[in-house]
Design a protein around this ligand. Structure first.
Ligand SMILES: [Fe+2]
Length: 359
């Protein structure tokens, strides 16, 4: 019995051969299409197509194993079914038994703690373990009555202090009141204090040592919108490294400039987007709204944009996101060196309180 199977990814597919070696092999869509036997002259068997004639974003509309062949249909409106004998794929496997890095964990259940089922010490110990493992933890019902107060933010601070973290003040103050009618913070001229969407970013990338953790405590959710979502940039950097080593290397080595300029604060810092200088050996700096114009050498600029786009595509892919609505009394704690965070736009009154911590 043929137990071969095929798994589709964004730019490549994996053939599981079912028996024998290699057990599996990965093939880029571009490579498969370039090697389609339908593009050989029927009598001379010479190739009729140059690879540059194939759209870079070529991808299957479907792929299946049929007998002892892989059969692929394509998205470029050409009616064709390409057939690749499994023995031929085996013989030409350039990525035999390639290891695929783990995808980010996005199951909300695995990232959620219910404050009603744990005592205070156990809850915060579990929260820090969760952040260590997955980069983020969501705690629901920190105030079971669903009627949280600003003082509850102090209770979170006390508990995290007892667990070994200390509060880091910023140019906004000690605690940020993320609300449209903010009157408590310095430098309120920032997106966070509007009702606009704020797409994925890290906080304070313009500091040499951005704060390690942020807690976002929900006092009042918006009547409409204001969902939170995060993405594990560390896991995605590993996927990028495995799929596009050049892009990864550019993101790790090309410095970009983050320029934060507000009414009474200004800071400029140049650093690569991906670094290994974080406390746990990884640090991402990602902030489209504080990015200064690129100063990359002319001959490198297009490569740079391409590399950045590859990473941004992984980051913005909703399949990689953890998404939830913080209810009154819920909070989220995440690792700001590893996770990007975001919120959707909202209408009406919404009040979150933000606090940064270092170990
Ligand atoms: Fe932020």
């Amino acid at each position: 019995m043929n137990t071969s199977s095929v798994v589709l990814r964004d730019r490549w597919l994996r053939v599981n051969f079912g028996a024998g070696r290699p057990a599996h092999a990965d093939f880029h869509y571009l490579w498969l299409r370039h090697n389609c036997a339908l593009d050989l002259h029927p009598t001379t068997r010479e190739r009729l197509v140059d690879a540059s004639e194939i759209d870079e974003r070529i991808a299957p509309t479907s792929a299946r194993i049929d007998g002892d062949s892989l059969v692929v249909s394509w998205n470029d409106a050409v009616r064709r079914e390409s057939r690749y004998p499994l023995a031929w794929l085996r013989a030409h496997a350039y990525a035999a038994e390639r290891e695929e890095p783990p995808r980010p964990v996005t199951a909300l259940d695995a990232l959620t703690l219910d404050a009603r089922s744990l005592d205070r010490v156990a809850l915060f110990r579990a929260a820090l373990e969760g952040v260590e493992r997955h980069g983020v933890v969501r705690v629901v019902h920190f105030r079971p009555s669903g009627d949280p107060r600003p003082e509850d933010t102090e209770a979170i601070i006390d508990a995290l202090s007892d667990a070994g973290l200390s509060v880091v003040g910023t140019h906004f103050g000690r605690i940020e009141d993320l609300r449209v009618d903010n009157s408590t913070n310095q430098n309120t001229d920032q997106l966070g204090y509007t009702d606009a969407a704020v797409h994925l970013h890290t906080d304070q990338p313009f500091l040499e040592a951005p704060p390690t953790f942020q807690a976002l405590h929900c006092i009042a959710p918006a009547p409409r919108g204001g969902e939170s979502f995060l993405v594990d940039a560390r896991a995605l950097a590993e996927i990028l490294r495995a799929e596009d080593a050049d892009a990864y290397e550019l993101l790790r080595t090309v410095p970009v400039t983050f320029h934060r300029k507000q009414k009474s604060f200004e800071k400029i810092l140049s650093a690569p987007i991906l670094g290994e200088d974080g406390p746990a050996g990884f640090r991402v700096r990602y902030s489209y709204f504080t990015l200064a114009p690129y100063r990359v050498p002319f001959a490198q600029m297009e490569r740079w944009y391409r590399a950045h786009r590859r990473f941004a595509e992984l980051v913005r892919d909703e399949r990689h996101h953890v998404r939830f609505l913080l209810g009154a009394g819920d909070f989220v704690l995440y690792d700001n060196h590893r996770m990007l965070h975001a919120r959707t736009s909202f209408e009406g009154h919404r009040w979150l309180r933000g606090v940064y911590f270092d170990r």
